[in-house]
Design a protein around this ligand. Structure first.
Ligand code: SF4
Ligand code: SF4
Length: 101
């Protein structure tokens, strides 16, 4: 039987990146973290990580600074809604498509 991060046994599997396919192509808006506002980035300490905790697709890293895997981020906006520092902005994907051309 598998164990959760706290060492407790669990009978279910955890959702992870790619469980729903390459969900990044669903995205209309892209979450972008402002590192001047993000708490762990500002303090250079492992703090907050609310975005990591709430992301339903597990595509945000629990690192300093946190990063987002855009291949699987579907742009649901939960991270931006939950960030206590209002450090995550949802930017229209069209802006990035223009830049990449
Ligand atoms: S929730 Fe906001 S402040 Fe907290 S780690 Fe994520 S981006 Fe940074
Ligand atoms: S918008 Fe935020 S919460 Fe939603 S999938 Fe992307 S990184 Fe995760």
């Amino acid at each position: 039987m598998k164990k959760d991060p706290f060492g407790r046994h669990k009978s279910h599997s955890e959702p992870g990146p790619g469980d729903g396919g390459r969900t990044g192509s669903w995205r209309v808006k892209r979450p972008v973290i402002d590192l001047t506002k993000c708490i762990p980035a500002k303090k250079n300490k492992p703090a907050c990580f609310t975005c990591w905790l709430f992301c339903p697709d597990g595509v945000i890293t629990r690192t300093i600074p946190p990063t987002i895997n855009y291949e699987y981020c579907k742009g649901c906006e939960i991270c931006a809604e939950e960030c206590p520092a209002e450090a995550i902005s949802m930017i229209d994907e069209a802006v990035f498509i223009k830049k990449e051309k």
